[in-house]
Design a protein around this ligand. Structure first.
Ligand SMILES: *[C@@H]1O[C@H](CO)[C@@H](O)[C@H](O)[C@H]1NC(C)=O
Length: 205
C-alpha cells in the first residue's frame, strides 16, 4: 500500500517537473526571440530618407476647396544589418495635408537582400488626383503656404515585414511605419525638378 502510494507520488512529481521545465523552456525561448527582435529592430537600425520630392500640381479651387495634386516621392531605406534580409509586403503610402489624408497609394513588394549595408531605393510613390479639403482652417493654411511658396505635406508609409536569416529561415517581422514630414516647393511643369535636400524620416515599429 505504502509502496504504491510512493510510486504514485513519484510519477506525480515527475509530471510537475516536466510541466515546469516545459514552461521554463517556453519562457526562455520567447525571451530570446524578443531579445533577437529587439537587437535587430532598435529604432535607429533602419534609416529612411525622402531622397527626392517633386510637386508639380498643388492647387486649391477657391470656394469649392478642391485640392488638385501631383506629388511624387522617392524613398531610400537603409538596413545596416548585414545578417538579415528584409522582405516588405502590403506596402502602402498615404499623403496628408493639414492632417487630412488626401491620397493613398499601394506599392509593390520589395526586399533588402542580406548584406546590403547600402541603400535600397524604393520605386517612387506617385500621388495624383483631387481631394475635397474639409474646413476653412485647412483652406486658410493652404492660402498662407501658397504665398510662402512652401507646403507642409506629410507622407507616411506602412509595410509588413518578413525577416530572412541564413538564406532559409523566414520569420514574420514587425510592422514598419515611416513618417516623413516634408516641406515642399511647388514647381511649374516647365521648370526643371528642384534639387531637394534629403529629409530624414521617422521609423517606428
Ligand atoms: C505629374 O508629375 C510628373 C512629374 O513628377 C509628370 O511626369 C506627370 O506628367 C504629371 N502628371 C500630370 C497629370 O500632370
Amino acid at each position: 500500500m505504502a509502496a504504491s502510494c510512493c510510486r504514485w507520488l513519484m510519477s506525480f512529481c515527475s509530471l510537475v517537473t516536466c510541466i515546469v521545465s516545459v514552461v521554463v523552456c517556453v519562457v526562455v525561448a520567447a525571451g530570446l526571440a524578443a531579445l533577437v527582435l529587439y537587437l535587430l529592430f532598435r529604432p535607429h537600425l533602419i534609416h529612411a530618407t525622402a531622397a527626392s520630392v517633386d510637386l508639380t500640381t498643388f492647387s486649391l479651387a477657391p470656394k469649392a476647396w478642391t485640392l488638385r495634386y501631383n506629388l511624387s516621392l522617392a524613398l531610400d531605406l537603409r538596413n545596416p544589418n548585414s545578417r538579415v534580409a528584409l522582405l516588405y509586403h502590403a506596402v502602402a503610402a498615404d499623403a496628408y495635408y493639414q492632417d487630412q489624408r488626401f491620397s493613398h497609394a499601394g506599392l509593390p513588394d520589395f526586399s533588402q537582400p542580406m548584406g546590403s549595408s547600402d541603400t535600397t531605393h524604393i520605386s517612387p510613390v506617385a500621388f495624383q488626383g483631387q481631394y475635397q479639403l474639409v474646413g476653412g482652417i485647412a483652406a486658410a493654411a493652404f492660402r498662407r503656404e501658397a504665398t510662402e511658396g512652401m507646403f507642409s505635406i506629410h507622407v507616411s508609409l506602412a509595410a509588413k515585414t518578413n525577416l530572412q536569416m541564413v538564406g532559409v529561415i523566414r520569420l514574420p517581422g514587425p510592422d514598419l511605419k515611416v513618417d516623413c514630414p516634408l516641406r515642399v516647393q511647388r514647381r511649374s511643369a516647365s521648370a526643371p525638378p528642384p534639387h531637394v535636400h534629403p529629409t530624414a524620416c521617422h521609423v517606428t515599429y
